[in-house]
Ligand binder design. Structure first.
Ligand code: FPP
Length: 236
């Protein structure tokens, strides 16, 4: 029986990089760069907190609307991250996958993603999923479009189609805990179906300042929540 106090699938909206940099009078990209350090700390801390799947929102489909220089800089950072961190993932037994659309990414980044996914495919300690060019609503539409329409789909069949729509090679469990840093309290088109019963945790900490202590606090909050999945406590 899995421990219900552990958020086995945790998802994070890493918000606040831009403000972190602006507060220091630095360009926004410096905030994204610092965000990578926070990401690394988070990935390192996750298995010790009992987390098996960690999904991080790195770039939404709507982020293409940011200034070209910021978009280009983020794409370079994703590439750099994959180039630098793949070996560490292998050493730490982490499997890395990317979810989202790939057809709008540059060919070099696409190739780097494929290389990292292949190289880390044996990782069993943590499944790290980076959402890049991701939109939950677009994924839902794609899944609906791709389903055979002979019969009304079951939730399981739909979830499978949704997994295919985001390029997930294997199904991830529903999200248990959804964390958003940076003070805003919204979902921003992230994992809308998968988070149907997720516990939500919002922190004012800007993403580059997020650390293992903040992560542990979020997980402790989760452990104290009473999850009923629409039922009564005694039934659950
Ligand atoms: C939101 O903060 C953050 C992003 C759009 C990018 C997230 C990227 C990283 C954490 C770094 C690189 C990631 C990987 C996977 C290597 P914001 O820019 O909207 O911040 P703001 O609300 O303060 O402007």
């Amino acid at each position: 029986m899995p421990d219900a106090t552990v958020p086995r699938h945790t998802a994070i909206i890493m918000d606040g990089n831009g403000r972190w940099a602006t507060n220091r009078g630095w360009p926004r990209l410096a905030g994204h760069r610092a965000g990578i350090d926070a990401l690394r700390r988070t990935v390192e801390a996750a298995p010790g907190l009992g987390i098996e799947t960690l999904t991080l929102y790195a770039f939404s489909a709507d982020n293409w609307g940011r200034p070209q220089a910021e978009v280009d800089g983020l794409m370079r950072l994703f590439h750099l991250y994959l180039a630098n961190e793949t070996d560490r993932c292998i050493a730490d037994d982490v499997r890395l996958s990317v979810i989202g659309r790939r057809d709008r990414l540059g060919p070099l980044l696409r190739a780097a993603i494929a290389t990292s996914e292949m190289a880390t495919s044996a990782g069993r300690r943590l499944h790290l999923r980076l959402a890049i060019d991701y939109s939950a609503r677009d994924a839902l539409l794609t899944a609906a479009w791709n389903l055979p329409h002979q019969a009304f789909p079951s939730r399981e069949a739909f979830a499978e189609a949704l997994g295919q729509a985001i390029g997930a090679h294997d199904p991830a469990p529903d999200v248990d805990l959804l964390i958003r840093s940076g003070g805003e309290q919204r979902l921003s088109d992230f994992l809308l179906w998968e988070s149907a019963y997720a516990e939500l945790y919002f922190t004012d900490t800007l993403w580059p300042d997020f650390d293992a202590e903040g992560f542990t606090t979020a997980v402790h909050h989760f452990a104290n929540r009473e999850r009923r999945f629409g039922k009564l406590k005694e039934v659950v």
